[in-house]
Design a protein around this ligand. Sequence first.
Ligand code: ATP
Ligand code: MG
Ligand code: MG
Length: 383
Amino acid sequence: MWNSRKVGVLGGGQLGRMLVESANRLNIQVNVLDADNSPAKQISAHKGHVTGSFKEPSAVRELAKTCDVVTAEIEHVDTYALEEIASEVQVEPSWKAIRTIQNKFDQKKHLTKYGIPMAEYRELVKNTPEELADIGEQLGFPLMLKSKTMAYDGRGNYRVQKKEDIPAALEALKDRPLYAEKWAYFKMELAVMVVKTKDGVLSYPTVETVQEDSICKLVYAPARNVSEAVNQKAQELARKAVAAFDGKGVFGVEMFLLEDDSLLLCEIASRIHNSGHYTIEGCALSQFDTHLRAILDLPIPPKSLELRQPSIMLNIIGGATPDSHLKAAEAALSIPNASIHLYSKGAAKPGRKMGHVTVTAPTMHEAETAIQPLIDVVDEIRS
Ligand code: ATP
Ligand code: MG
Ligand code: MG
């Protein structure tokens, strides 16, 4: 029986929680490695969970003993522990893929070998103002200074507007391994969720993402006002980039669409991803469904990845007060065709992802009209 195989997941945040929601519907047991009251564990009552951190080798080893396949909801995990357990349990995607992807500079070097177009980048080895000034001469200003590791939600990025900003940039990212990226003058950001299975590489529709302060705010599925040629190009780029890595599961691919309609890859995530949350309501199989099916070698009809209705996803991000996000959720209760997801993380902190809302409608215009009052509420909370 296929449902007798158990899945272990490193991380029990909102992504792990939505993975458990999907697994529960198929009677698949998911053993979560994280703190006891993590969002994923709250909705999963069984004794297979492990208490600890996905950065702790002993905890990763303990998780491996409880399951048949290990996966991760976050890329910042101990890949040396994953490498070690790979001899006794299946690890998906491969620890090699996660190790390369978790270091954004290594990821770029790897993708360069596969001919993936990206913004020009330079490594910093000394992290000195002189070195960055020199790179600034080569790449021009503004440029984006980035931490190679432990980056998420833009925490790890610093926009260096001009040469005079260099000391502040190095101070903001001090003690972190760095690289610099040429500024991408994009007209839109796109994303494609890709599913790597034992048989090949499938992709969800091309979506438009809107970032505010480097953090994802909105996702429009499908991307608005994008030609079929760009759509196809984005699909091909995303699949080609993911094919460069070993292992099975869902990957998120972020891209920049430039003024001339050319595409640059921004980054890859080796996991289920914020820009794929719309698939829960928008598609027959969500990214969480297909991730589980991919790692368990269960069938995925490609048609089930098609969009059923235009969808808009809005993140609910923590504001100034601990319960500010609840105001947004409450407002969403009255929005037609809105599905509300709260992550049960407790008190909000500014910039923390506390939940999201997806609105679907027969046309994108109707979805935009329906969600606008909620965008206004969210903007007010964040301001
Ligand atoms: P995530 O939460 O997606 O993992 P992250 O912290 O890894 O984010 P990036 O995805 O590298 O950061 O960048 C976040 C956002 O910053 C991008 O979506 C884009 O809006 C902006 N950005 C990043 N790199 C560049 C660039 N080279 N030029 C212009 N804008 C950029
Ligand atoms: Mg990232
Ligand atoms: Mg990103």
